[in-house]
Design a protein. Structure first.
Length: 286
């Protein structure tokens, strides 16, 4: 069973966006020195720490915005960010409201039919969070009668995966971002989640969720099944009519990863490597 609810007022707003007093979308300009005439608009969700967040001064920060800024520098482009809820990013890209989606997206067959996906920018598998004092088997039969209400982020490919895995054994409740369902987990309104591992560990289990919830031992790939395990990861996105832009993006991203600039950016926000190439750079960067 799936339920889409509007969380209570205290969970509804993203902290960073609320500070800027915006209702739906945030526009943040990034003017890059020496930029060429090309102008690009980049879509990002703005509250997905440590990968993207808005700081107390109203600046968009995090691994992905900083990585996008470096990509724009290497492209010689003048870039600006458009920030909105994740569920609105893909429709807005397809409607031409911006040029590149720079929040990590899982490559699925359905998405590949509509969009072009970049080289992977992060490997961040999905996990389940459940009460720390329980024992759980993550199948329809294993969760039957367990009374799990599971928080998921709207717009994600993992919604269908959870529905297919559990059917009516789990009540799925949708939220705009992980901050909201984490708050509801602490308040007892729901008691589990299905979310990205790095974010779950750093932003919840290492903080308010410590001792209250635990992570599934198994990790889940929700992308295209044919992708070899060693190549699995999440991507950025452009429209189908932008193959030349994608080619330039990929060249810049691969260069940033290979010369360890990616690792320098990532280390500003989290200690764990997020790509095999990133891990290989660990010993050569400060």
């Amino acid at each position: 069973m799936i339920r889409s609810t509007t969380p209570p007022a205290h969970t509804r707003r993203r902290p960073g966006l609320a500070r800027l007093g915006l209702a739906a979308a945030l526009l943040l300009a990034t003017v890059l020195p020496g930029a060429a005439a090309e102008k690009l608009r980049l879509g990002n969700e703005g509250v997905y720490p440590p990968f993207s967040m808005v700081d107390s001064a109203g600046n968009l920060t995090g691994v992905e915005p900083d990585l996008a800024r470096e990509m724009c520098t290497r492209l010689g482009a003048e870039c600006e960010f458009v920030v909105m809820d994740f569920k609105a990013l893909i429709p807005s890209l397809l409607q031409g409201k911006f040029d590149i989606l720079v929040s990590q997206v899982t490559p699925t067959p359905e998405r590949k039919e509509k969009m072009l996906l970049s080289t992977r920018v992060v490997a961040n598998p999905m996990v389940f969070l459940v009460p720390a004092d329980g024992e759980y088997v993550f199948t329809k039969e294993g969760l039957a009668g367990k009374g799990l209400k599971m928080g998921l982020q709207r717009g994600g490919a993992h919604i269908k995966i959870a529905e297919d895995m559990f059917g009516d054994s789990v009540e799925i409740v949708l939220y705009d971002n992980p901050d909201q369902f984490h708050l509801d987990m602490l308040a007892g309104r729901i008691n589990s989640s299905f979310e990205a591992k790095i974010n779950a560990q750093l932003e919840f289990l290492d903080k308010q969720g410590a001792g209250k919830f635990k992570m599934s031992t198994e990790e889940y790939w929700i992308g295209e099944a044919s992708v070899p395990e060693a190549e699995r990861g999440l991507s950025w996105v452009v429209r189908k009519d932008s193959p030349e832009l994608l080619a330039r993006m990929d060249a810049a991203l691969k260069e940033i990863i290979a010369d360890c600039t990616y690792t320098k950016i990532r280390k500003k926000y989290l200690a764990v490597a997020t790509l095999p190439e990133d891990a290989a750079c660990e010993t050569t960067t400060n």
